[in-house]
Design a protein around this ligand. Sequence first.
Ligand SMILES: C[S@@+](CC[C@H](N)C(=O)[O-])C[C@H]1O[C@@H](n2cnc3c(N)ncnc32)[C@H](O)[C@@H]1O
Length: 216
Amino acid sequence: MTDWRRAGLVPVVYDVGVEHERIGTMGGRLLWGADLRRFYRGIEELRTLVDGGHVLDVPCGGGIAFRGLPKKGPYRYVALDLSPVMVGRARANAARNGLREIVFLRGDVSALPHPPDAFDLCVSYFGLHCFPDPAAALAEMGRVLRPGGRLRGTSIVRGGGLRQDAIISLFRRVGAFGTVGTAQELSSWLSAGGFDDIDVDRDGAVAFFSARRAFG
Ligand SMILES: C[S@@+](CC[C@H](N)C(=O)[O-])C[C@H]1O[C@@H](n2cnc3c(N)ncnc32)[C@H](O)[C@@H]1O
């Protein structure tokens, strides 16, 4: 399995692709049979969703979600990733775009360095399928979200088609992917992780999900 702490090229190639919307959309269609225009639209919605809130972006990668952020607050935004290369790219991205409200952290999603109930919103784009234990990662996101706080994101999932499942197996074999669940498994992991109001919508091999950290 890829050691993301040291991986240089794999996430950088992904990041360069996803940063360019036309390449990302084409890659989404060719590789995953999915329309990623919805992913880019979802990021744009952050502009209103972050308002006044404390937001966690994990894994932030090179900061693709930053394009949805207003230049100025009020909001507080933590961008966390395991890879120093990606945190460096995210930092440079924020500087290029004049975003000053972001705190950058190198860390592991399985042990977030935050107290319970710290965030109002957590975004997690295309990270779950890279993790060895996505269920535990979701539970950890749930732990740091306040009751009623929202989670939204995307993940590659199995069950999108024979070709997509074969590509997932290949990516797992070369170590680029970790544990990849089905959309149904993703829904169960969210529920077990303390979320309700769960919505998981699969398009090809991409799941678009949202959920609320349950009260009590
Ligand atoms: C495919 S990229 C997605 C990044 C970004 N959200 C995006 O959509 O561009 C996956 C990211 O997960 C990070 N990652 C892998 N394992 C991690 C872990 N255990 N904790 C935090 N980040 C991790 C990698 O370093 C990589 O930047």
